[in-house]
Write a protein that binds this ligand. Structure first.
Ligand SMILES: Nc1nc2c(c(=O)[nH]1)N[C@H]1C(S)=C(S)[C@@H](COP(=O)(O)OP(=O)(O)OC[C@H]3O[C@@H](n4cnc5c(=O)[nH]c(N)nc54)[C@H](O)[C@@H]3O)O[C@H]1N2
Ligand SMILES: Nc1nc2c(c(=O)[nH]1)N[C@H]1C(S)=C(S)[C@@H](COP(=O)(O)OP(=O)(O)OC[C@H]3O[C@@H](n4cnc5c(=O)[nH]c(N)nc54)[C@H](O)[C@@H]3O)O[C@H]1N2
Ligand code: SF4
Ligand SMILES: [Mo]
Length: 741
């Protein structure tokens, strides 16, 4: 007796619709949903492994609490009471900043992770917020914040219509794309080439994506900002700029021109190790394409000049007239986003409103660098972080210097972890709260629809009912919020009711809202949904850009329409959104923001250099995901291995043989790892993937700990950051490599 159920895949940013086969209370199969309005049947090996991932016997089913030093299973009421008992006295004595909140990557892949962390942060009032952004995309938030006034206004390449894609430091054939949500990214790149378009890939490794390209530029890591500056310089020099429709809406073009004047192709050729003539060709091709998009991701972000690279990507999009036009780089509009308002100046984006205690790092978007978490816990003194609430995060492996963080967490007064696994980070929990597997959770992409190459909306309810007595993740987080406030056994529904109340009270008072002047309580009573999370989704849909406005827009979106369209609702191709999307103080695109201009001075110092040391870059494997998918036999083995890739010439020079063990040394430590000799990396560069190092005691990762690998982030001491964004330099940092004698 089997049935099928739909479930949007939560395992990467592509958000494919899956059709699950369900037998009894287990998922036994997964295939692509051919009728999904966005993914149209696409599935990758990770999606296909959904049943195994969902049913992993190492997933925790009961909460755990530490008593007399030992973690043991307990009941849910006991767990939330322990949270309140642990946190309340610390907050009472030391204030809210004594509690750090750490938000990890899967929060953007769950309904709960979108809806509750903001409420938790407001309830706590702590300034100690650390997220995966500062080991990932924070540079892009900063460049967008400064240029467009909204850190979330991140243009995405209009993949299906562009004639030319300049792709920098991304490998979507393995990652399936990031800050560019596009199911079947590989197929969309092939379609670009089939329709006569051109693909250029800039990457120090010859990746599967690079193999698909018309041009592969094997740049020296960390130098993309220099190359992009030179591309802009050529465009200015050769009078190839034309902002098109945005002419008159962009400030600072002449300033950028003079700022970049000395970044000639000749001046960057040495540090980038890219011939000047090739930089000129890249610029001319970009200008000549009928439409083009420049797109940079992780390899251009978690680097020394990450914010400058993110900025230059959009400088190029703007001065070639490709920003905000079909076929260029565009701003998606999600169904649960705020409805657009009339164009007008905004508050702008301000950096460094407060600073971290130990190193004085400026806050960025309300966050401190994840790389600074350990020092905030282990450095004594007034204002020390004493407790940590970690939601879906494994910073012991994903942040620089995990060993220091490991020790810091062990020494913290109190740690709460919401995580399905007992792993490198959650083993430090005093209370561990495991959410149910994805088959028992609903899904809607609150985050990724803001970066999708086509506007669309989908919602899938949990394919399986909750196990008896087990809360879903939304309820876990709502109860955590109550526990932090001292009411561990309270009704979690009050959290959602309060949010609905506050939102509607503001909406009815807002002259631009479709519900202006109506009765908030009556609107709240009209919300559909079988739990608080669903009612909040209904609320956001109805007040959103395509919403029914509670009757003001008949036929508009509401939860019921999504439930009636289980394969999703297509909302059409991306449409131009400037000037409404802008929130800068000028109300215009600010092409030359002052903090960026100041940082260009740092970039200038790299001009004319010719570095010759060895640097390390990462890599992602198709059948892996950061630190938490090494526990499934179906996804491990084969080429998914934690090896140090070394170019044959470097291997010769260093005396390293394929399969031998190398000793790798960086600022933060040393590790030993097997060598893989391959010309897929360029000379002067070695590559080691992240998320490995599953050999710590006290975890429950049967498969992963049998093939633990090493933690690349141990090579870092946490001091190398992109200064404007606080983002860790995870790519292009210096290492020494020698054979293990
Ligand atoms: N050297 C190097 N380091 C890197 C990177 C790199 O390229 N190189 N990449 C960086 C990037 S881009 C990122 S995003 C970070 C990611 O780093 P993290 O944010 O730490 O995320 P993950 O490593 O994916 O770990 C996610 C945790 O969430 C848990 N989890 C899984 N599903 C769920 C769920 O449904 N609910 C809850 N509550 N928990 C869940 C997992 O068990 C795991 O403990 O790593 C960064 N670190
Ligand atoms: N299969 C799989 N999919 C994933 C993940 C995963 O771990 N596995 N993680 C998910 C997450 S959290 C994210 S953020 C996305 C990331 O998705 P992507 O941004 O596509 O990330 P990567 O695959 O790491 O690709 C980064 C590329 O940059 C290159 N690179 C390194 N340094 C430099 C440099 O200085 N300059 C240039 N031009 N290139 C450089 C690397 O060689 C690498 O090929 O993937 C997501 N999807
Ligand atoms: S591409 Fe991403 S969303 Fe699609 S099936 Fe694979 S892991 Fe899931
Ligand atoms: Mo990420």
């Amino acid at each position: 007796m089997s049935r099928t159920a739909l479930r949007i895949c939560p395992l990467c940013e592509a958000t494919c619709g899956l059709t699950l086969t369900i037998e009894g209370d287990r998922v036994t199969g997964a295939r692509g949903d051919g009728e999904d309005v966005f993914s149209a049947g696409f599935i990758c090996p990770k999606g296909a492994a959904f049943p195994e991932l969902d049913g992993d016997p190492d997933r925790l089913r009961h909460p755990m609490v530490r008593r007399n030093g030992e973690l043991r299973e307990c009941g849910w009421d006991e767990a939330f009471t322990a949270v309140a008992d642990g946190l309340r006295p610390l907050i009472g004595e030391h204030g809210p900043d004594a509690v750090a909140v750490v938000l990890g990557n899967p929060n953007v892949h769950t309904v709960a992770g979108a809806l509750y962390p903001p409420v938790l942060l407001r309830a706590l009032g702590t300034r100690n917020l650390y997220t995966a952004s500062t080991v990932d995309q924070m540079p892009k938030h900063v460049s967008s914040g400064l240029m467009f006034g909204d850190p979330f206004a991140i243009p995405v390449p209009d993949l299906d219509r562009t004639d030319h894609l300049l792709l920098i430091g991304a490998n979507p054939l393995d990652s399936n794309g990031s800050l560019c949500t596009a199911p079947d990214f590989p197929g969309r790149l092939k379609a670009l080439r089939r329709r006569g378009g051109r693909l250029t890939v800039v990457d120090p490794r010859r990746t599967r994506t690079a193999k698909l390209a018309d041009r592969h530029v094997a740049i020296r890591p960390g130098t993309d900002a220099l190359m992009l500056a030179a591309v802009a310089q050529v465009l200015f020099e050769e009078k190839l700029t034309d902002p098109g429709r945005l002419d008159g809406l962009v400030d600072g073009v002449p300033d950028v021109r003079s700022l970049l004047a000395e970044f000639t192709p000749e001046a960057v050729a040495g540090p980038c190790d890219v011939p000047a003539a090739e930089v000129r060709e890249i610029a001319r091709e970009l200008a000549a394409a009928p439409t083009a998009a420049v797109y940079g991701r992780v390899g251009s972000s978690t680097v020394e000049f990450g914010t400058l690279a993110g900025w230059l990507v959009d400088v190029l999009n703007t001065i070639t007239g490709n920003l905000d036009r079909p076929g260029g780089a565009m701003f998606p509009l999600a169904a649960t986003a705020r409805a657009p308002r009339a164009a007008r100046p905004g508050k702008g984006f301000v950096l460094g409103r407060w600073r971290s205690r130990v190193s004085g790092h400026p806050e960025i978007k309300g966050e401190f660098p994840l790389a600074a978490l350990a020092e905030e816990i282990d450095t004594p003194g007034e204002g020390r972080v004493r407790a940590v609430i970690s939601l879906a995060a494994n910073p012991v492996l994903s942040a620089p210097d995990g060993e220091r963080l490991d020790r810091a967490l062990a020494g913290a007064d109190f740690v709460v972890s919401v995580d399905p696994y007992l792993n490198e980070t959650s083993r430090h929990a005093d209370v561990l709260l495991p959410p149910p597997p994805p088959s028992r959770s609903p899904h809607h992409d609150f985050a990724f629809n803001n970066f999708a190459v086509r506007n669309q909306v989908r919602y899938t309810r949990a394919p399986l009912p909750p196990e008896a007595g087990r809360p879903d993740e939304s309820e876990i987080l709502a109860r955590l919020i109550l526990a932090v406030g001292g009411d561990p056994l309270g009704d979690p529904g009050t959290v959602d009711r309060t949010v609905v109340d506050v939102t509607l009270t503001a909406a009815v008072a807002d002259p631009e809202s479709p519900v202006h002047g109506r009765d908030a309580a009556a609107l709240a009573a009209d919300l559909a949904g079988r739990d608080g999370a669903e009612r909040r989704l209904d609320l956001m849909l109805r007040l959103g850009p395509y919403g029914d406005g509670f009757g003001a827009e008949p036929g508009g979106l509401a939860l019921e329409r999504l439930l009636a369209n289980p394969h999703g609702i297509d909302l059409g191709p991306l449409v131009p959104r400037i000037p409404k999307v802008l929130r800068t103080r000028s109300g215009r695109v600010e092409l030359c923001p002052e903090p960026v201009a100041a940082d260009v001075r740092r970039l200038r110092r790299a001009l004319g250099t010719r570095p010759d040391g060895l640097v390390l870059v990462g890599r992602r494997h198709l059948r892996s995901n950061n630190s938490w998918m090494h526990n499934l036999p179906a996804l491990t083995g084969g080429s998914n291995r934690c090896t140090l890739q070394v170019h044959p010439q470097d291997a010769d020079r260093l005396g390293l043989a394929d399969g031998a063990t190398a000793r790798v040394t960086g600022d933060g430590g040393e590790l030993q790892v097997a060598v893989e000799v391959t010309d897929a990396v360029r000379t002067g560069v070695v590559s080691l993937p992240h998320g490995w190092g599953h050999d710590r005691p006290g975890t429950r990762l049967t498969v992963a700990s049998a093939e633990p690998g090493v933690n690349v982030n141990q090579l870092l001491d946490g001091s190398r950051l992109d200064p404007l964004s606080g983002t860790a330099v995870l790519n292009g940092f210096p290492v020494r490599v020698a054979p293990l004698d």
